[in-house]
Design a protein around this ligand. Structure first.
Ligand code: NAD
Ligand code: UDP
Length: 323
C-alpha cells in the first residue's frame, strides 16, 4: 500500500486551496493547510476541521516556516484584482518573500514544490492563444504590476532553485478559474455577475464587454494541478492550465442572465487600467505531458456555481455571510 503523504498547501483556506485540500484528503493523504486568512476563510474549510488527517496552521508566508511535509503546493496570494490591489506592497511580498520561504523549506526537506502561477504573467498579450514560450507584455509600474510582476519573480525564483540546487519544481500557469467557494464580494467577474443576477442588481460590464477570458471550472483545474505534481521529475513547467473555450464578457453576462432567469439590466462601467483585451490558453503542453484536458463546459460549471451562490445567499438572509 502507498504510504500516506503529508502535503502542505499554502493558501489552503482560499477558493482553490480549499478544493485542493478536499481532493488530496479524499485520496488518503494528510493535509496541512497554511493560511493567514487575508482572503481565505474558515468557512471554506470548516467541513474538513474534524478530519484527523487535516491540520490548520495560521501563518503568513512572508515569514519563514518550519513544517515537515512530503510535498508543497504554494497557493498563498490574493487572486482577485480588488484584493491584490488593496495592499499592493503586501501582494508583492507574498509572491516574492513567500516563494523564497516556501522554496527554502522545500530545499531543506528535499521535496517537490508546486507554484500556482498565473496567466497574468502574459499581461495584455500580443500572442493569441498564449503558449508557454511567449514571454508576455506586462506593465511593470501599473496597478496590476504587484500581482503580475510578483508572480513573474516567483517563477524566476522557482527556476533558479531548480537550476542552482536541483530542487524538483512544478510551475502551473492558471487561467481564470471559477466555481463554488469564490467569495461573493471577491470582485471577480463570474462571482460578480452571478451575485448581481441573483439579487436583481445591474450586471456591471467594464468597458464595452468585448474583452475575452477563458473560464476553467475548479474541479478541472484541481485535477490539472494534481497531475502536474505527480508528473515525472523532468516536467517542471511552466504549463498552462485552463479551459481554451473563450468568451467575451458580454457573452458571459448573457449566459448568466439566461441560466438564472434574472431580470437584471446590463450597466457599463469604465474599463480598469491595463485590463487585458483577450486571454486564451494553448494547452498542448498540458495535454501532451499530463494527459490533461478540461471536462466541464461553461454552462455546466455556471449552473453548479449558481446553485452554490443561491444557497449561500439564502443562508445569508438567516445568519450573515459565512466568513
Ligand atoms: P484566494 O484569494 O481565494 O486564495 C488565496 C489564499 O491565500 C487565501 O486563503 C488567502 O488568505 C491566502 N493568503 C494570501 N496571502 C497570504 C500570506 N501572505 N500568507 C498566507 N496565506 C496567504 O484565491 P484563489 O483563487 O484560491 O487563488 C489561489 C492561487 O491561485 C493564488 O496564488 C492565485 O494567484 C492563483 N491563481 C488563481 C486564479 C483563479 O482564477 N482563481 C488564476 C490564476 C492564478
Ligand atoms: N469585469 C467586468 N465586470 C465585473 C468584474 C470584472 O466586466 O464586475 C471584467 C474585467 O474588467 C476583466 C474580466 O471581467 O476584463 C475578468 O475580470 P476578473 O477580475 O474576473 O479577472 P482578470 O481580469 O484578473 O482576468
Amino acid at each position: 500500500m502507498q504510504r500516506r503523504r503529508r502535503i502542505l498547501i499554502t493558501g489552503g483556506a482560499g477558493f482553490l486551496g480549499s478544493h485542493l485540500c478536499e481532493r488530496l484528503l479524499g485520496e488518503g493523504n494528510e493535509v496541512i493547510c497554511l493560511d493567514n486568512f487575508f482572503t481565505g476563510s474558515r468557512g471554506n474549510i470548516r467541513h474538513l476541521l474534524d478530519d484527523p488527517w487535516f491540520d490548520l496552521v495560521r501563518h503568513d508566508v512572508t515569514e519563514p516556516m518550519k513544517i515537515e511535509a512530503d510535498q508543497i503546493y504554494n497557493l498563498a496570494c490574493p487572486a482577485s484584482p480588488v484584493h491584490y490591489q488593496r495592499d499592493p506592497v503586501q501582494t508583492t511580498k507574498t509572491s516574492v518573500h513567500g516563494a523564497i520561504n516556501v522554496l527554502d523549506l522545500a530545499r531543506r526537506l528535499g521535496v517537490r514544490v508546486l507554484q500556482a502561477s498565473t496567466s497574468e504573467v502574459y499581461g495584455d498579450p500580443e500572442v493569441h492563444p498564449q503558449t508557454e514560450s511567449y514571454w508576455g507584455r506586462v506593465n511593470p509600474v501599473g496597478p496590476r504590476s504587484c500581482y503580475d510582476e510578483g508572480k513573474r519573480c516567483a517563477e524566476t525564483l522557482f527556476f533558479d532553485f531548480n537550476r542552482q540546487y536541483a530542487l524538483p519544481i512544478k510551475v502551473a500557469r492558471i487561467f481564470n478559474t471559477y466555481g463554488p467557494r469564490m467569495q461573493p464580494d471577491d470582485g471577480r467577474v463570474v462571482s460578480n455577475f452571478i451575485v448581481q443576477a441573483l439579487t436583481g442588481q445591474p450586471i456591471t460590464i467594464f468597458g464595452d464587454g468585448s474583452q475575452t477570458r477563458s473560464f476553467c471550472y475548479v474541479d478541472d483545474l484541481i485535477d490539472g494541478l494534481v497531475r502536474l505534481m505527480a508528473s515525472p521529475e523532468e516536467v517542471t513547467g511552466p504549463v498552462n492550465i485552463g479551459n481554451p473555450s473563450e468568451f467575451s464578457m458580454l457573452e458571459l453576462a448573457d449566459q448568466v442572465i439566461a441560466l438564472t432567469g434574472s431580470k437584471s439590466a446590463i450597466q457599463f462601467r469604465p474599463l480598469p487600467q491595463d485590463d487585458p483585451r483577450q486571454r486564451q490558453p494553448d494547452i498542448a503542453v498540458a495535454r501532451a505531458q499530463l494527459g490533461w484536458v478540461p471536462q466541464v463546459p461553461l454552462a455546466t460549471g455556471l449552473e453548479r456555481t449558481i446553485d452554490y451562490f443561491r444557497q449561500l445567499l439564502a443562508d445569508a438572509t438567516h445568519d450573515g455571510l459565512p466568513r
